[in-house]
Design a protein around this ligand. Structure first.
Ligand code: GLA
Ligand code: ZN
Length: 679
């Protein structure tokens, strides 16, 4: 959809499963779609079994009818390849397609996202199916994207995967000596003499369930990390095989697969490089903070260096798999849709169009409920949003966001930091990142999420919370950035290890010591219920999770610990390095601290909010060379007001505002103010 020249407004619609319904229902669906302003459907996501009843037969009769119906009704199609769940006959005939779990248990047929990524059967038949679908529908000019498989995830530990892992390792390390060195196998006498001795890291080998919290841990971080990389790569290979098959036949149609938000298992940054555009499925809990989906929108935008992305799924109301199917309150579906657009989405898509009547998603939200009519609250809200998106037309399509602050995020670091045995089970990368993000979010300061290989130079402030793994060359990039005047902030448990989780010797934080101007001698884990504290600008803040005991080696202290045997030791430091400045936060503190500290930091760097607005009133900006679009999003349950700096027009209501005028918004209300450049 993104990148397709057929798109002239924000695509609106979502997953549609007519194959689950008798044909009489389809015409009624068409009437309801038109009523709701739905113009795009995602089809054929789980139809492998019906498309391929046996090894040598494809049956497209039903899909042909569906595709014709879509074309007749001027609906755009995001066409699934159906490879996220294999047919039962295939599992029976070719059991290699079934996964083996981390306990060694061979799975039987069932569920979905269930194929072994290294199964020759899976790879062969998924690609054949893609080709058959692409050949069949290549002349349908209403196909706006290919939707490969669905929400890749999980892992497999079967013999095919074990063999493929060894091939992957040979390619990576070339020699067994290099592998032994990387994994530090002289520990516990684990030296390997032959690649063939290596087996996947699972509960039968290096991994174990930790009694303390029931989570899986490992004895050897090196092999476990590589197995995670290998798993991510194996599934990516499956994606690439399908993508290439599609591209051969329909090179002009963009290809994507839908991501799952903060999903730890796959290195989405690496995946995004192989995709024409990125799409993701946003399912916040009823009590998620507004910063939660906002942050992942920003991560997704960062995957392709700021290119607009697709909101591929969200629920019109409830998600059956949440523990409490609390209804999205009136206005919330609309608000979250505009939040996605505000952060760079160019589509608003849902799961699902019609609620199924059987199996586990029968109580998942849908445009058309079991009652089957348009007379529901959810339908009306979607109909209103559909009309608004028609009014917006192409105004915001392709516009970009600009941020002066970047947060570094890294999947491999996420794996390594939380897989480390010690220093505390409370290490939580996501929480740490979100603490910094939320402080900026609440101040309406836009943030880009960037990768460790991204360019830093366009940012005034780069924040790298808990960046435990120092990727090859990363410290040198930071060194150059700061030397040339950049401002860098990092935290406890950063820069300790190389890419194999091997400690960089010479004192923590390894290669970053000179940049930070400190040496962390020890770190004290703080058990739950206990805390140290420090004073910043007259206010006392907690210090928990980990308290670094650090020496100043050029840096200045901003604050020190209040208690315990390290009372008086620095906890916050500032270092001048070249023309730039580096801050270090040697512990975990509270939201209040991050809010204050980051406000001060942004002020000192003249980084301003998009607009000043009350807490929980979000303001974001997308722009092109002619206009800036200010999205004002009221997440509060009460009305609010925001003052504009420049004159502009609300593109939803056509109301004009002068410079200094206030925009009034009801609870959960949205305004999109178009401001002309130079106004
Ligand atoms: C995911 C899947 C969909 C559906 C929804 C339900 O996002 O991609 O197929 O199961 O969840 O929330
Ligand atoms: Zn496998």
């Amino acid at each position: 959809m993104i990148g397709s020249d057929k798109i002239h407004k924000i695509p609106y619609g979502g997953d549609y499963n007519p194959e689950q319904w008798p044909e009489e229902v389809w015409e009624e669906d068409m009437r309801l779609f038109h009523l709701a302003g739905v113009d795009t459907v995602t089809l054929n996501v789980f139809s492998w079994a019906s498309l391929q009843p046996d090894e040598n037969v494809y049956d497209f009769e039903r899909l042909d009818k569906i595709m014709d119906l879509m074309r007749k009704n001027h609906l755009q199609v995001c066409l699934g390849t159906s490879t996220a769940a294999h047919p039962a006959w295939m599992a029976r005939k070719y059991p290699d397609i079934l996964r083996t779990d981390e306990t060694g248990m061979k799975r039987r047929f069932g569920a979905r996202h269930n194929s072994c990524p290294n199964s020759p059967t899976y790879r062969k038949y998924s690609v054949m199916l893609c080709k058959a679908i692409a050949e069949r529908y290549r002349n349908f000019d209403n196909i706006v994207a290919w939707h490969v498989s669905n929400e890749y995830g999980g892992a497999c530990y079967c013999e095919n995967c074990a063999a493929a892992f060894r091939v992957w390792l040979r390619k990576k390390y070339k020699t067994i000596e290099a592998l032994n060195d990387a994994w530090n196998t002289s520990f516990w006498g684990h030296t390997f003499y032959d690649f063939e001795e290596i087996v996947p890291a699972d509960l039968r080998s290096e991994e174990f369930r930790y009694d303390f919290d029931g989570r899986i841990r490992t004895n050897f971080q090196g092999i476990s990390l590589d197995y995670m990389r290998f798993t991510s790569d194996s599934m990516l290979e499956c994606f690439v095989l399908e993508r290439d098959a599609l591209k051969e036949i329909t090179p002009q149609i963009p290809v994507t697969t839908n991501f799952m938000g903060w999903f730890k298992g796959l290195d989405y940054f690496k995946w995004a490089k192989e995709m024409d555009f990125v799409s993701w499925d946003n399912y916040p809990e009823w009590d998620s903070l507004p910063s939660h989906p906002a942050a992942f929108h920003d991560v997704v935008r960062g995957m392709k260096d700021g290119m607009p992305f697709s909101l591929m799924e969200q629920s019109p109301s409830v998600s059956n798999w949440h523990p409490y199917c609390r209804l999205k309150r009136p206005g919330v579906m609309r608000l979250l849709s505009y939040q996605a657009i505000a952060h760079g989405a160019d589509t608003v898509m849902f799961f699902q169009m019609r609620r199924s009547i059987g199996a586990c998603e029968k109580y998942h939200g849908a445009l058309i409920d079991h009652v089957g009519t348009e007379h529901t609250r959810v339908f009306k809200e979607m109909q209103e949003l559909g009309a608004e998106l028609q009014k917006i037309g192409d105004a915001t399509l392709g516009t970009r966001t600009h941020a002066k602050v970047a947060i570094v995020f890294d999947w491999e670091n996420w794996w390594a930091a939380e897989m480390s045995a010690g220093p505390t089970v409370l290490i939580n990368y996501y929480e740490e990142v979100m603490s910094y993000y939320t402080a900026l979010f609440n101040q309406n300061i836009p943030v880009d999420f960037i990768r460790t290989d991204s360019d830093l130079t366009t940012y005034d402030l780069v924040i790298a919370p808990l960046l435990y793994m120092n990727r090859n060359g990363y410290d040198e990039k930071v060194r150059n950035y700061v030397r040339n005047g950049g401002c860098y902030l990092t935290t406890y448990f950063s820069g300790y290890v190389d890419e194999n989780d091997k400690v960089l010797p010479g004192g923590y934080p390894g290669k970053q010591k000179d940049i930070l101007g400190i040496w962390v001698e020890e770190s004290d884990a703080v058990p739950p219920g206990m805390e140290n504290s420090f004073i910043y600008k007259g206010t006392k803040y907690p210090a928990g999770v980990l308290c670094d005991l650090l020496h100043l080696e050029g840096a200045q202290e901003i604050s020190t610990y209040e208690s315990d045997f390290y009372a008086g030791w620095p906890v916050l430091t500032k270092n001048k390095f070249g023309d730039g400045t580096v801050y270090y936060v040697g512990t975990r503190s509270s939201a209040e601290f991050y809010a204050t500290f980051l406000r001060d930091l942004c002020e000192s760097l003249f980084i301003e909010p998009v607009l000043n607005a009350p807490l929980d009133v979000e303001v974001r900006c997308r722009e092109d060379h002619e206009y800036r679009y200010l999205f004002i999003l009221n997440h509060k349950d009460s009305e609010t007001e925001v003052r504009l700096k420049k004159e502009g027009t609300d593109i939803l209501t056509d109301l004009h505002y002068g410079a200094g005028d206030s925009v009034k918004l009801p609870a959960k209300g949205v305004s999109i103010i178009r401001v002309r450049y130079g106004a």
